[in-house]
Design a protein around this ligand. Structure first.
Ligand code: ZN
Length: 306
């Protein structure tokens, strides 16, 4: 299935979620603050290139992440928007000053794991070591507490729900790692569409946003869909979630998506090429429109009320 074949999925089976509260991100009124997020990784670290670019080669590839994140800091600054930066430990280790600029600009620093290893490819011990190491390193470099986590490639699902318990034990307060859609690289169609507490503790999982049309569930969280589909459709879908469900949306994208000059990969299939490179030159303009068209905030402030 391609990203454009937006296959409808059913609402999750099981009990109907409890009514929303302000603490889990549901707000009343019309001026809902949505959550803006950036997954801080470079163009060669994306899941779609995992089979063609070896991790051992990462250190030899030209990095673009610093210039791209600095550009994002300018764009967010001009728009007066604070966002959450889910950052790889690998990036923080190489660009500590960049991490400090993110924090100094008032954005939330959060964890995207150390080197973009899928959570569902790790056993419990490896997962714990990964999220512990990343949290501690980001906190040491950034000088702030890190409470948010997003699994690489939304790789928490039914077979590794134990990961939520590990996140809570390691001091994380929320996760944004489930995407209740069907996709060839990720997705859990049975997952809750709305924030929920997956364990007995306070950890909150905030699933990526989906929009209901005719009782069916479609992706509504940015990512490649935002670049590939018309802006007006993304805007319509987000407004629909805000107005019909009185809930904030999560928007996410990557620094490389505003960088049409990034080095091109040639040994990839047509689907990957289309997904990765289409409309890179339009992304910055669309992002600026999006920042104007909706109110935005950091994940922790929108969903934890901190
Ligand atoms: Zn990622």
């Amino acid at each position: 299935m391609t990203m454009l074949a937006r296959q409808p999925v059913s609402e999750p089976a099981g009990p109907i979620p409890a009514p929303p509260t302000a603490a889990d991100g549901a707000l009343s009124g019309t001026s809902i603050f949505n959550a803006m997020s950036v997954d801080v990784e470079d163009y060669f670290q994306v899941q779609a290139f995992a089979d063609t670019i070896d991790r051992a080669d990462w250190d030899h590839l030209p990095c673009r992440v610093e210039r791209n994140v600095d550009r994002l800091l300018e764009i967010f600054g001009e728009a007066g928007v604070k966002a959450t930066f889910f950052t790889l430990g690998w990036i923080a280790e190489r660009y500590p000053a960049l991490i400090r600029r993110i924090v100094a600009s008032g954005h939330e620093l959060a964890s995207h794991g150390w080197n973009h290893t899928r959570a569902d490819s790790q056993d419990e011990g490896a997962f714990r070591a990964d999220i512990r190491r990343t949290k501690k390193f980001l906190e040491d470099v950034g000088g702030v507490e890190v409470v948010g986590y997003r699994a690489a490639t939304f790789s928490i699902g039914p077979k590794n729900y134990w990961a939520f318990g590990v996140l809570a034990e390691e001091g994380y307060r929320y996760s944004s790692s489930l995407y209740p859609i069907r996709h060839d690289l990720y997705g859990d169609t049975a997952a809750s569409r709305v924030p929920f507490h997956p364990g007995k503790g306070p950890l909150l999982e905030v699933p990526m946003t989906t929009v209901l049309w005719f009782g069916r569930n479609f992706p509504c969280s940015g990512g490649g869909y935002f670049r590939l589909l018309p802006y007006a459709l993304s805007k319509l879908n987000m407004r629909r979630v805000n107005r019909n469900e009185h809930r904030p949306c999560i928007f996410y994208f990557h620094p490389w998506e505003i960088d049409p000059e990034q080095p091109r990969q040639h040994n990839i299939d047509a689907k990957t090429r289309f997904r990765h490179y289409t409309n890179l030159g339009r992304m910055e303009g669309r992002l600026k429109r999006l920042l104007k068209d909706f109110p935005w905030g950091r994940m922790d402030r929108v969903f934890l009320g901190t």
